[in-house]
Ligand binder design. Structure first.
Ligand code: PEP
Length: 253
C-alpha cells in the first residue's frame, strides 16, 4: 500500500501570528475529522519551522521545508542545508518546485545534488516535476517530465528511490485556478510510474507515492484523488485556509 499524502505548500505567505493560528486550526481539525491513514504535512517558511514543529508536538500533522541547499555548511549566505533541517528533526522538504526552477534557475543536475543531500540527512524529499503550458500545447509534456524525473532521480539506487515522494505539478495549473482534469492527471502519473518501472521494476515503482499539484481545491480533490495512480496532493493556495485544506485532506480516502 502506498502512503497517501496531502502536503500544503505555504510558499512565502503568512505572518508569524497568522502561521500559528493556521497551524492550530489545521491540527485541531485533523485530530477531530481525519480518520484514514492519510499523512498531512505543512511545508512552511524557514523561520517558522522550529516553533511550528514544537506547536504540532505529537500531532499526526507533520512539518516540512520548501527547499534546501546543495551544500552542507559554509559561506553560503541565506541558504539552509539538509543537515540543519535534520538537526531540527524536520522530516520533509520540497525540492524542484516549478517556482524554484523558474525564478532561481534550478535544473536537473542541481536537483540531483539536493536530492542526495536530503537523503544523506534522512529527510524525505517531495520532488516536483511538471511541464509548462507551451510544452503541453506542443505535445511534448510526457518527454519533458520523464526527463525531469530521470535527471534528478535515476542516479539513485532502488532503496534510495523508495524514500522519495514525487509531485506532478503541471506549471499551467499552479496558482492559475486551472486544474488538470482527472484524466490528464492520471495519464501523467501513470507515465511517471511506468518510467520509474522501466528503470527500477514495477514492484519498486508501485511503492512510490505520486502526488498531484495544481489548483487542488476541496471541490475537485475527490475526483483527482480517486485516480488509481494519484496518491494525494501538493496544495498551494488552498493550504492557506484551514477549512479548505482539511477538506482536501479528507477527500483523500
Ligand atoms: C504549488 O505551489 O505547489 C501548488 C500546487 O499551488 P496551487 O495549489 O496554488 O496551484
Amino acid at each position: 500500500m502506498r502512503q497517501k499524502i496531502v502536503a500544503g505548500n505555504w510558499k512565502m505567505n503568512k505572518t508569524w501570528e497568522d502561521a500559528k493560528i493556521l497551524t492550530a486550526e489545521v491540527m485541531g481539525m485533523v485530530a477531530d475529522e481525519v480518520k484514514g491513514n492519510v499523512k498531512t504535512i505543512l511545508c512552511v517558511p524557514f523561520p517558522y519551522l522550529g516553533s511550528l514543529k514544537n506547536q504540532l508536538g505529537s500531532s499526526t500533522v507533520k512539518i516540512g521545508a520548501q527547499n534546501c541547499s546543495e551544500h552542507d555548511w559554509g559561506a553560503y549566505t541565506g541558504e539552509v542545508s539538509a543537515l540543519m533541517l535534520k538537526s531540527m528533526e524536520i522530516p520533509y522538504v520540497i525540492l524542484g518546485h516549478s517556482e524554484r526552477r523558474q525564478y532561481f534557475g534550478e535544473d536537473g543536475k542541481l536537483l540531483a545534488r539536493k536530492i542526495d543531500k536530503t537523503l544523506a540527512a534522512n529527510l524525505t524529499p517531495i520532488f516536483c516535476c511538471g511541464e509548462q503550458l507551451e510544452i503541453r500545447e506542443a505535445g511534448t509534456h510526457e518527454k519533458l517530465v520523464k526527463q525531469q524525473v530521470e535527471d534528478a532521480l535515476f542516479h539513485l539506487s532502488a532503496d534510495a528511490l523508495k524514500k522519495i515522494v514525487i509531485a506532478y505539478e503541471p506549471v499551467w495549473a499552479i496558482g492559475t485556478g486551472k486544474t488538470a482534469s482527472a484524466q490528464q492527471a492520471q495519464e501523467m502519473h501513470a507515465v511517471i510510474r511506468k518510467h520509474l518501472a522501466s528503470k527500477y521494476g514495477a514492484p519498486v515503482a508501485n511503492e512510490i507515492s505520486i502526488l498531484y499539484g495544481g489548483s487542488v481545491k476541496a471541490d475537485n480533490a475527490q475526483e483527482l484523488f480517486s485516480c488509481p495512480d494519484v496518491d494525494g496532493g501538493l496544495v498551494g493556495g488552498a493550504s492557506l485556509k484551514s477549512r479548505e485544506f482539511v477538506d482536501i485532506v479528507k477527500a483523500m480516502k
